[in-house]
Design a protein around this ligand. Structure first.
Ligand SMILES: O=C(O)[C@H](CS(=O)(=O)O)OP(=O)(O)O
Length: 234
């Protein structure tokens, strides 16, 4: 299996084979917590106006969105896994747009299949990929604002690559590196209440979830996230 590392939206656009679009802080962590909270559907959207427009066309929508980490006007919630873990999403369609993560998903148009990448379901994602016996896996690191290399997405890519090769990295080592990282400092900064410390803990609950999330392109350019369990698609 050939494993390639690429970055940002430009990397997503050229990703081939099985692509994993990685966004640990916080998009694809939050998406997993939406599943935990019972969301019936999760739609990942690039454009915030497109996300808002779904309110008029789909019933029971909950809008999650941020730019530069802050909740978007007109949206129900920001991009906070700890906040969403308090919300009952049973029967709801979550519409999710973020600065980095969802931009990567909607641009990974060359790949045969696309999965979301986060630490909370990394091992399950690798199991889903291995079951496909791919020749090529492309790990897309979205980084900060989709334009700056960031420790959490780079470490998650290294962890995914290690698992794909049958190796591992100790969870405690990942946690310690990120706890001291400047890219996690916002979670411990009282001046940035939209990024609470509880989000850091949610994002670092490594391999908490036993499912992968596959991103399936929709005709309007958005992607619908669907669950894959180790036993196959749910
Ligand atoms: O909400 C977040 O934490 C980030 C903000 S940014 O893009 O890193 O500025 O959004 P995400 O798309 O989840 O990376």
């Amino acid at each position: 299996m050939q494993i390639e590392f690429v970055d940002f939206v430009a990397g997503a656009k050229k990703a081939a084979g099985i692509a994993v679009v990685i966004d640990v802080f916080r998009a694809f962590t939050t998406a997993c917590y939406c599943v935990q909270q019972g969301a019936a559907r999760i739609l990942a959207v690039g454009d915030s106006d497109q996300a808002l427009a779904y309110r008029n066309t789909l019933p029971d929508t909950v809008l999650l969105g941020e730019r530069f980490g802050k909740c978007l006007p007109g949206f129900d919630f920001g991009n906070s896994p700890s906040e969403i873990s308090e919300v009952n999403l049973q029967g709801k369609t979550v519409v999710h747009t973020t600065h980095a993560g969802t931009q990567g998903l909607v641009n990974a148009i060359r790949a045969d299949r696309v999965f979301t990448g986060a630490l909370v379901n990394a091992a399950a994602t690798v199991r889903a990929i291995k079951a496909l016996e791919p020749r090529q896996v492309t790990l897309v690191r979205m980084g900060l604002n989709a334009n700056e290399a960031s420790d959490e997405d780079w470490l998650c890519a290294d962890y995914l690559a290690a698992l794909l090769r049958g190796e591992t990295i100790a969870h405690q080592d990942i946690y310690q590196q990120l706890r001291g990282s400047p890219y996690a400092a916002r979670f411990f900064d009282d001046a940035q209440p939209w990024s609470p410390a509880a989000d850091f803990e949610c994002c670092l609950d490594i391999d908490r979830f036993d499912f992968a999330l596959q991103a399936n392109p929709m005709p309007d350019g958005a992607c619908e996230l669907t669950l894959c369990s180790p036993q196959g698609d749910l």
